[in-house]
Design a binder for this molecule. Structure first.
Ligand code: NAD
Length: 258
């Protein structure tokens, strides 16, 4: 049975009730996990208030600001986990960013700063958070990140984010290889397109969704909760023999040639 009772899970990437991380947090909570939630702080505290209200029913025992571009916030997040939880079992990395102008048009026109920012936030952050989690996963653990098919195939407008996801998927393999002897598993879920704040920045996202609904074997897209179920599985003992993998949760779209 899927049971996460007694597991401490840090979930990053909740911005609103459409976030994939919100679907994951709900399913981890349902399976009995003790949750810590991080949010991306803004100057006026709007995000903090919004996310705090949303996650309240899940009774998170930690609620912390964590901008992955800010070393001090990362340090303080994991220091708080050490002090208050003692150990960490689950890390959900569910965040990405590229500026809107880099998610449309010609990939060759991507700016240096746009390229660096996309890879820093969307790819390097997995390496950084995993490195910080490693000493706290004293009883083994599970790290799950979110990727997309645009990291292995050229998808119109996905552009620099495709490069970031390719780097993310390779980081999953290197991290799995390094952390395996400590019984820490590292996997990615490659989700089909879902309407969220982040995906709305990708040019033509609605066309992509309609295309999937027409072509995918299941003739539909997936929901945040379906991704959440797969994440709960990857965080549980039911997947104890699985690491370094990319699990497609995309209604089967990835297998299709035409
Ligand atoms: P979302 O906008 O709800 O989530 C993105 C999150 O990234 C937000 O919570 C935002 O606050 C966070 N973030 C951005 N910059 C940050 C920073 N500097 N520090 C900390 N957090 C930061 O959108 P989503 O679609 O739920 O995205 C979650 C993950 O799922 C991303 O990795 C995305 O690439 C991936 N994904 C999304 C889809 C899709 O179609 N929506 C498909 C496959 C994979």
């Amino acid at each position: 049975m899927l049971n996460l009772t007694g597991k401490n899970a840090l979930v990053t990437g909740i911005a609103n009730n459409r976030s994939i991380a919100w679907g994951i947090a709900q399913q981890l909570h349902k399976a009995g996990a003790n949750l810590g939630i991080t949010y991306l702080p803004d100057e006026r505290g709007k995000m903090e208030k919004k996310v705090a209200e949303l996650v309240e029913p899940l009774n998170p025992s930690l609620f912390l600001p964590c901008n992955v571009q800010d070393e001090d916030q990362i340090k303080s997040t994991f220091e708080t986990i050490r002090e208050q939880w003692g150990k960490l079992d689950i890390l959900i990395h569910c965040l990405a960013f590229a500026s809107k102008e880099d998610l449309t048009g010609d990939f060759s026109q991507t700016s240096r700063s746009g390229f660096n920012t996309a890879l820093e936030i969307s790819t390097y952050s997995l390496v950084q958070l995993s490195g910080a989690a490693k000493p706290l996963m004293t009883e083994g653990g599970s790290i799950v990140t979110l990727t997309y098919l645009g990291g292995v195939r050229a998808i119109p407008n996905y552009n620099v984010m495709g490069v970031a996801k390719a780097g993310l998927e390779m980081s999953v393999r290197y991290l799995a290889s390094e952390l395996g002897p400590q019984n820490i598993r590292v996997n990615a879920i490659s989700a089909g397109p879902i309407r969220t704040l982040a995906s709305s920045a990708v040019g033509g996202i609605l066309d992509m969704i309609h295309h999937v609904e027409e072509v995918a074997p299941l003739r539909r897209t997936v929901t945040q909760l379906e991704v959440g179920n797969a994440a709960a599985f990857l965080c549980s003992d039911l997947s104890s023999g699985i690491t370094g993998q990319i699990l497609y949760v995309d209604a089967g779209y990835e297998i299709m040639g035409m």
